[in-house]
Design a protein around this ligand. Sequence first.
Ligand code: NAD
Length: 247
Amino acid sequence: MSGFSDRNAIVTGAANGIGRAISDALLAAGGRVVAVDLAEQDLLQHFEGRNNVTCLATDVADDEAPEQIVETAVETYGGIDFLVNNAGIAIGGPFEELTDEQWDLIMGVNVRSIFRLSRAAVPYLKQSDAPRIVNLGSIMSDMAGPNLSIYGASKHAVAGLTKGMAVDLGRFGITVNYLQPGSIITRMSEPFMEDPEFKAYWENKAPIGRLGEAEEVAAAAMFLLSEEARFVSGTGLNVDGGAIVNF
Ligand code: NAD
């Protein structure tokens, strides 16, 4: 795969898990990264002192975040080629116990922030000769799981938003796609995996027979960002060991 050298990327949720693996892959391939996360300590611990990476500690759901993030990228690196909307949260519980506050929080981080940051980045993406947006959906963009109805709704919304963006932004040469990871070993999935039954369910659900790793999702993100994926737009790519087709 090619097309990463000297490209400027914004990666949200870059301090841990999948976002960190995507940032590392981009840096290793010669790209430059604005690493955005609200966990400032985690960001600094991983990226401080490294070349071609600028850390920005902010909450992507804040009203002023899109302008702040885009400005940082443009002022530091002169433009934006790739936007990876990865930051996300998974809060769950039995449907009848879920709250309005949880709805607003999850939708704010997982969906609204993607809409707002992408909109702010479009004027700069238009100036790139290989502009790409990759959003983090989930296996839950297509299916449902127990106690995750708001999270699932947010990830279905990511799929719909991605498709609409692909239609509207294609005329500028911008490709827009989403990833659909299955169960991946990260800090997000850790609390769920403490339940041995839940863990065994997901290990068995994937015909490959195990949970996934953040680097395996990053490899799929790199494909969608690559030069070779220039005609791929509006699609979701499963990275789930085959779980979603295993009825
Ligand atoms: P993670 O918790 O390991 O990392 C997420 C990072 O995002 C953290 O560093 C966190 O601080 C940051 N973040 C959270 N809210 C933020 C906010 N409001 N502003 C800025 N940063 C914020 O999670 P992960 O597993 O790497 O998940 C990354 C993405 O992948 C999410 O969108 C998630 O929904 C999706 N996903 C994960 C899995 C999985 O099994 N881990 C499966 C499917 C989809």
